[in-house]
Design a protein around this ligand. Structure first.
Ligand SMILES: O=C(O)CCC(=O)C(=O)O
Length: 275
């Protein structure tokens, strides 16, 4: 997995993502925004208990019994909106998701704070949310989703850095799930980000420490014709977003989706009209 400063040309990011399925951008978020975001996430995390509230055992394990997760980050921090507008991230999402038309949603933005003693997460592909689509034509199917893990504090392998299998986005056999010894940790300094294709196998790492938490934020995008993970329109209101940019409104579901203008097919309409 290559590492790049944020000022790198977009073509180098896309080349690395095509080759490895993942890359690291150093200095993704500047120190002032990082500090503000971290403070908001810390304050919210202090109110939260680890682990999902009930539900099937699989999800308890997948989300982590000693991991704190929460969404609605835009209710907590203005930096959320800065990330949605970030030109480097937008450039990568535009390039990866363009095969599916000019528009896409935010998939989810969630704090992923892995607690001491948490075992490694099940290895998976983020595109597995829509596996029936991804399997079709695998591995040459269109990219459905692209994700970022942003380090809010330094993240090393001991505290649960994301484990990635570079190249697994092109494995010919979709059923090959990958093994822990094929992974490598995406170690990040605070403010760095791991960017990865929805086709690449990865998972949260084991937090083998006694007393350190892994402070990270996940932000991902998904093509506009699939259902996102986070129900943004149930979290944000049209009133609260009225002064935001068209991009932010579209990402959060406050706009219709027109995959191929002029060729028919419109989604997310109000009374048969776009909005
Ligand atoms: O926590 C991480 O590093 C990765 C988490 C993840 O991939 C997920 O929950 O889908």
């Amino acid at each position: 997995m290559d590492r790049f400063p944020k000022a790198t040309a977009r073509s180098a990011f896309i080349e690395a993502l095509s080759r490895d399925g993942a890359l690291i951008i150093e200095g993704m978020l500047d120190p002032i925004r990082l500090e503000a975001l971290r403070a908001s996430i810390r304050a919210e995390a202090a109110l939260r208990s680890p682990g999902p509230e009930g539900g099937p055992r699989y999800w308890q394990t997948f989300h982590g019994a000693n991991t704190k997760r929460f969404t609605g980050i835009g209710l907590l921090s203005e930096v959320f909106f800065d990330l949605l507008e970030d030109e480097v991230l937008a450039g990568i999402a535009d390039a990866l998701l363009k095969d599916s038309g000019p528009q896409y949603w935010m998939n989810t933005c969630q704090a992923m704070i892995i607690g001491p003693g948490e075992p490694a997460q099940t290895l998976h592909r983020d595109g597995d949310n829509w596996s029936s689509v991804m399997q079709h034509g695998w591995p040459d199917c269109p990219e459905l989703t692209v994700s970022m893990i942003l380090a809010l504090e330094d993240v090393d392998a001991a505290v649960g850095a994301t484990r990635v299998i570079p190249g697994s986005h092109q494995w010919p056999d979709y059923e090959r799930v990958g093994q822990p010894d094929e992974t490598m940790p995406a170690e990040l300094a605070a403010g760095d980000a791991l960017i990865y294709s929805g086709k690449v196998i990865h998972g949260g790492g084991e937090n083998g420490t006694q007393d350190r938490w892994r402070w990270a934020l996940h932000l991902s995008f998904v093509v506009g014709w699939l259902t996102p993970e986070e129900a943004s329109t149930q979290i944000y209101s049209a009133e609260a977003l009225q002064n935001r940019s068209d991009r932010v409104k579209r990402l959060l579901g406050f706009s219709a989706f027109n995959p191929y203008p002029g060729r028919g097919g419109r989604l997310w309409l109000k009374n048969f009209e776009p909005w």
